[in-house]
Structure formats: structure tokens, C-alpha cells
Ligand binder design. Sequence first.
Ligand code: R5P
Length: 278
Amino acid sequence: MGISPLQTELKKFPDGEKYVRIHGEIEGKVVTIIQSMAYNPDEFLFEFLLLADAARDLGARKVLGVFPYISYARQDTRFRAGEAVSLITVGKLIRAVGVDSIYTIDSHRHRLQDFSDILKIPVTDLTAMPLLANYVRKRVKLRDTLVIGPDAESEQFAHTMAKELASSYEVLEKKRSGPREVRITARNIDAKGRDILIADDIVSTGGTVIEAARLLRRQGAKRIVVTCTHPLLVGNALKQIMAAGVERVIGTDTVQSPVSVVSVAPVIGDALSAEARH
Ligand code: R5P
């Protein structure tokens, strides 16, 4: 965007309390706080709240939040009696510190059309799929590509990816029976001899793409490459994914990982520049 970021000072006291300080003049300015929440969501969320509240208190004209990876998105409803609906709580906290609107990237909106409905604040959900597609086009060189969404919810990602690569796409069916246990089935997928590109939002334990890769191999797929926006890759997920016959996993830097080769900075920059023009 051609602007310099303000410096922030973040410290932790010996008892674990957080201290934040914003250096520089922000009175009357539009302040954007970019904070990804992977791996340590509670701490990063609280840091964000302190920064946003301080910015508001110091006279910011507008406070925008950018969450390249937003945690708690999967707990957007009460699946079992007594559960907290964590995403609603996150929304209340963000609103309470005076944030005007937020940006997310390929957020886990499986049961919701629009995150604004649950967070009760304007949300723009950006997508990294065109950036991932561009990387694949330039660096991976697939032939006779079939894009695969590993479950019904990933249709949106497979659709965009296929459009960008001018190829066809199919969506598999997934049933989850535990955090790591998934069963994937497919109807009439023509994978024989083709290069497969799996597109999803999150790869966490790898359970989903491992099952999808096994199925596609059985169906005669030639090469299998995985793209995802948020490569959480917990534990030895990456190793297990490769052992299932995946040639490569390509992710973005919304989450730091060994496969975070695509930067989402351009998509955030474009969105913030458009916001600034309004
Ligand atoms: C779930 O519906 C998401 O889109 C991903 O497919 C899921 O979070 C991946 O998780 P895992 O890698 O643990 O199977």
C-alpha cells in the first residue's frame, strides 16, 4: 500500500499479563490491526482487543481488524447441549472494543452465508484461491487437471480454483466421526490418469486430504497436489499427507508453516486500498 506500519510494543509480565503500546500518532486516523490467530488463539485475540481498544481510546477515526486466520470459526453453533458458541463470544468482544469492521480470508463459513450475521459487525471475507491458483499455474505445471473439493463445504474453493485454472472440478462427500476420523466417498469421479489439485480452506490434522488422496489414488489419479489457505498442519500431519501419496502441499502465510509459500499480503492490500478510496 506504500505506507509504513506503526510500531507496536508487546511485552509479557512475569505473571503472564500482556502489555501493549502503540508508538506514533493515531488521532483522527484509520487504524488497521492485522492479527492472525493460529496456534495460540486466546493470546492473539486478547492482544488484538488491547490494541483495538487502545487505538479507539487514542482517538482513531476508524478501527479495522484483519484476521488472516480467524480462530473459533468452527464453533459457530451449539452442536451439543451446554457448549459455548465461541464465535458469538468472539464477535461480542470485537464489538465491545469499538472495531468498525473486519476482514477475514477464506474463513470457515460452513453453516453461514455471511460471518456478519453471527459476529454482528460488517465482515468482508476475502479469498486467497486466485493467489494459490496463480502459484500452481506458474510453479507446478499440472496437466489434464481435475480440481477436487474434499467435502461439500469446500465447493466454493474448488469452484474458484477451477475457474482460475480453466479446468473442471468435483466435490467429494465427507463424514466426520471424530477430530481425526473422516470417511470420504465419491460418486462418478473421473480421476483416472489425471493430475488432481485438492483445494480446501484448512488442513489441520490432514485427515481430510489423506482420505481424499487415498480414494483418488484408488481411482487411478496420476499426481495429487494439495492447496489450502490455512496450513495448520498440526503434529506430523505433513508427513502423513505425503505418505498418502500427495506430491506437494501448498499453503499461504495466514499461518506460518513449512508450506506457506504464497503471501496473502496482495489480497489484504487491495481490500484496504479499496476501503481507503471510499
Ligand atoms: C472442514 O470442514 C474444513 O474445510 C477442512 O476440511 C478441515 O478443517 C480439515 O481438517 P483436517 O485436516 O483435520 O481433516
